[in-house]
Design a binder for this molecule. Structure first.
Ligand code: NAP
Length: 437
């Protein structure tokens, strides 16, 4: 009897786990279970729509899904349609690969005002995630404040100032594309609580900000150090990368504010203290900071930016899953290097927090596969058969990988000129295509 493995979540960490198990010498039956009809998680719904080459990894996932050992069960909600305990009773091993879909909070007054939208929701909206299609952000504002200096913050800033011509070849949804083009946005503030040396965005992403058609980067050159200070501890690679960021920012410094119609302002040493306004955002109050022992410390000097849209991009967390040992303070599962219980494993962001690139999940998946094969000598639970019976009993509509390929072809055929696809943005629309509605 093969070892039956259920993988919950079909993003990179889930697929890499499936790949590693399928390529092992042990006979495994691997089922990838996904809440949405469409697979690929962060690749489809997180990676920026204008970074299509990053999305090419989904071709490798297609190959994994096509293997005899692997089956995809889309439109099945673990925690809704069936519980984690149900799944553990059915499968020899269950791997949780559900990522970190929730936003970290700023923890400042006014954060719940209308017009503060976390990056998970905002990125989900322009990427056509069914949970966020109704977001309808108010883009009728000259200034937008993006909080954070990571790659997500820079993705958001870039998409807000790109032209139709620049965005059209991406897979941003038509709705988001039209909304951004109709917006009154002229100035995007990228607000970092620490300095240029500590910024987390990578150099390729930063350089893109200097090559935009109608938007010029703005930075006060006086705050950019010549190099990363010698006494800052980091790897040589990290030091090189950060020095490159400083070089790029230095190139931005002389550019004139009126060179192009729009601007992205890199403002460092600025921490958010309060979101201003009534029910709706009218501005943000920031405090100047200095970095002491690596931490941003307020100086007591404040300033305000008028805006009706504040987009915190300050990292993600997981909300957990009933039955999964979970550290609510950190927003990650409790595990011993990925082992979270008898026959229970975690991989990817739910295991180690939201860091790293797509490829970082590969060794994670390989490690989980190794652990499963070390811990479980032979299969003893029914797996797939029991899952299918449970879903049939609930009257659920499973979306298979072949179904997904049908949706994929439909989306590609519906693409605007030059774009890779036009996403189906609701579950009903996806099921409608499959069932001929
Ligand atoms: P991130 O890289 O951890 O950046 C989070 C940013 O938010 C940091 O600048 C952090 O500042 C700031 N921050 C956190 N709490 C804050 C607060 N209370 N007030 C003000 N600022 C605050 O996270 P991310 O941008 O969400 O990205 C997640 C992961 O995905 C990263 O590994 C990222 O590289 C990756 N990613 C990669 C790409 C790409 O390769 N193109 C694209 C998108 C995402 P401190 O440093 O001071 O804490």
């Amino acid at each position: 009897m093969p070892i039956s493995v259920a993988i919950v979540g079909s993003g990179p960490s889930g697929f890499y786990t499936a790949e590693a198990l399928a390529k092992s010498d042990t006979d495994c039956q691997i089922d990838i279970i996904e809440r949405l009809p469409a697979p690929h998680g962060l690749i489809r719904y997180g990676v920026a729509p204008d970074h299509q080459t990053t999305k090419n990894v989904s071709r490798a996932f297609d190959k994994t899904a096509a293997r005899d050992e692997v089956r995809f069960y889309g439109n099945v909600d673990v925690g809704g349609d069936l519980s984690l305990d149900d799944l553990r009773a059915m499968y020899d091993a269950v791997v949780i690969a559900i990522g970190s879909p929730e936003d970290n909070k700023l923890g400042i007054p006014g954060e719940d005002k209308d017009g503060v939208i976390g990056s998970a929701a905002f990125v989900g909206w322009y990427n056509g995630h069914p949970d966020f299609v109704d977001l309808d952000p108010n883009l009728d504002t000259a200034n937008v404040c993006v909080i954070g200096n990571g790659n997500v913050a820079i993705d958001i800033a870039r998409l807000l100032v790109k032209t139709r011509g620049e965005l059209s070849p991406s897979d941003i949804t038509n709705d988001a594309l039209d909304a951004i083009q109709a917006s009154s946005i002229t100035d995007v503030y990228m607000l970092g609580r620490r300095g240029p040396v500590e910024a987390k965005f990578t150099n390729v992403e930063l350089r893109e900000m200097g090559k935009l058609e109608i938007c010029v980067p703005q930075i006060d050159g006086g705050i950019i150090p010549d190099a990363v200070p010698e006494d800052m501890e980091m790897s040589d690679r990290d030091r090189r990368l950060r020095d490159k960021n400083l070089d790029t920012l230095r190139e931005f410094a002389p550019r004139a504010a009126d060179e192009l119609p729009k601007r992205v302002h890199f403002q460092f040493f600025a921490a958010p203290r309060e979101i201003l306004g009534g029910d709706k955002v009218e501005g943000i109050r920031m405090e100047r900071t200095e970095v002491v022992d690596g931490r941003a410390v307020g100086t007591g000097e404040f300033f305000e930016i008028e805006t009706s849209l504040v987009l915190p991009a300050v990292g993600y967390r997981s909300g957990g899953l009933e039955g999964l040992p979970f550290n609510d303070d950190w927003g990650v599962a409790i595990s011993d290097e990925g082992r979270a219980g008898d026959g229970l494993y975690v991989v990817g962001w739910i295991k180690r927090g939201p860091t790293g690139v797509i490829g970082t999940n590969r060794p994670d998946g390989q490690q989980a596969a190794k652990q499963i094969l070390e811990d479980i000598a032979a299969g003893s639970k029914p797996g797939r058969e029991a899952l299918e019976a449970a879903i049939a009993k609930n009257g659920g509509r499973i979306v298979s990988y072949d179904d997904w390929l049908t949706l994929d072809a439909h989306e590609k055929a519906a693409a605007r000129e030059g774009a890779p696809r036009e996403k189906l943005i609701t579950v009903a629309a996806m099921l409608g295509v499959l069932d001929g509605a």
